[in-house]
Design a protein around this ligand. Structure first.
Ligand code: DC
Length: 222
């Protein structure tokens, strides 16, 4: 039986995971958050005090990293060498470092293989930076989900403020711009819109509206 794959790519803070998670529930697909896998790799490297520019150390470390995915009540759990690291990978530091380590070929090769294996087994909606371009070039539907940097910074600021975390709007916006620059300009698999991806700019859209647009696109195409 054919597996259906939906690829959602886009920059940090565009709402990919919230939207993909909800669409997965609606269509009864498995949601795969590939950013979480790169975050788990970054956590390992941080713990080992490996420099993001140290190519040899990173290549060696990749031989000692085992990242797997499990699901508990439908929620993706990232298992790093047997340890569930879900609660440790959502910090700003891990986010920044995952972007820095993600530019390395050995890291990407390892993650892409894992991601393709997951997509081969089930109907998946996968989000990341290179899903439509590299991981699943034959995905049934590809969406490039973006929003203005100001809007993405505003959403992040709201999210942190709601959690009672003190933060500075300009600093958040600068971090977003720096991460975009790094993810869009790396040599291997940079973030870009696949030729056959549909652009959805969520700057002036609610989460519900984006979800409805993507589900409609899926129903029209598949
Ligand atoms: O989606 P996220 O913020 O959790 O991703 C963290 C970083 O991981 C992102 O800045 C770049 C990297 N990443 C990647 O290079 N390729 C992916 N498919 C997903 C994430």
């Amino acid at each position: 039986m054919k597996n259906y794959n939906i690829a959602i790519d886009g920059p940090a803070g565009a709402g990919k995971s919230t939207i993909a998670k909800s669409i997965a529930k609606n269509l009864q697909f498995i949601y795969v958050d590939t950013g979480a896998m790169y975050r788990a790799v970054a956590l390992y490297m941080i713990r080992q005090q490996i420099d993001p520019e140290d190519d040899i150390a990173i290549t060696n470390a990749c031989n000692n990293i085992d990242v797997t995915i499990a699901y508990v009540n439908g929620e993706q759990q990232v298992i790093l060498n047997g340890e569930n690291v879900n609660s440790l990978i959502r910090t700003e530091e891990v986010g920044k470092m995952s972007s820095a380590f993600a530019k390395h070929k050995t890291v990407r090769t390892k993650m892409v293989e894992l991601q393709r294996n997951l997509a081969a087994k089930a109907n998946v909606i996968m989000d990341g930076r290179d899903i439509g371009t590299v991981v699943l070039p034959n995905a049934d539907l590809k969406v490039y989900l973006t929003a203005s940097t100001q809007e993405r910074a505003r959403r992040r600021w709201n999210e942190l403020t709601d959690k009672g975390i003190a933060c500075d709007f300009n600093e958040i916006e600068q971090d977003i711009i720096a991460r975009d620059t790094q993810d869009m300009n790396r040599e291997i698999s940079p973030l870009c819109q696949a030729e056959d991806a549909i652009l959805v700019d969520s700057s002036a859209m609610s989460i519900e509206q984006v979800i409805n647009v993507i589900i409609q696109l899926y129903k029209e195409k598949c």
